[in-house]
Design a protein around this ligand. Sequence first.
Ligand code: ZN
Ligand code: FE
Length: 253
Amino acid sequence: MKIVPLKAFKDNYIWTLRSGSHAAVVDPGEAQPVLDYLEAEGLELSAILATHHHPDHVGGIAELLSTRKCPVYGPKNEPIPTLTHPVSEGDTVRIPEIGAEFSVLDIPGHTRAHIAYYGLESLFCGDTLFACGCGRVFEGTPEQMFASLSKLLALPDPTLVYCGHEYTLANMQFAKAVEPANTALAAREKRDQALRDRGLPTLPSTLGDEKATNPFLRCKEPAVIDSANKYLGSRMGDPVSVFSAIRQWKNVF
Ligand code: ZN
Ligand code: FE
């Protein structure tokens, strides 16, 4: 099994899982990059997985289905008319053609019923957890988003994080503003800048990396609490308020 990023739009990744002559794709916002890849590599499409309803993640599904036939998995409680298999927390997605099995996790916040797929020591988390950042809270509450990120945080450190966008370097500029003295963050920036200089993705990252450098997962760290309080001119310490403050700050950064 190999996991390959296909670029879409400006900074989206369509994660393509391939084994033998079969492939599955996660979040095909556009059909063409997928069709080109399947054609070039002689692959059959065995499944489509969607994490949430935004067009840059599901926009290519209808076109893929016009020439290919396969099951389409996605969040049960979101408006995605192309789904054949609506799923939610507790469900298992099996793709025998590529030897993959994923458990579905509900991680609402960015959207109302956003889901993640966890399996093969890998996490496909759409626009909820980004490398060194997190998605905007569009349809849920900061409480929900914080709980969703905490759920992901409980997975093992070596878990590979495959998120929906290449936002890493921009996210790090904000992370440095929150935690200027974080040495793990400085080291990671050097490494990831070198990857981008060579035109390579910074993904996947690992949950271990995220725990050490992602401010949105570090809301109990004194340095993050201090920065949140400086931003708001307040004195609070509970992690949800800290999360909410730095999320607001990032929106205008
Ligand atoms: Zn989105
Ligand atoms: Fe997106």
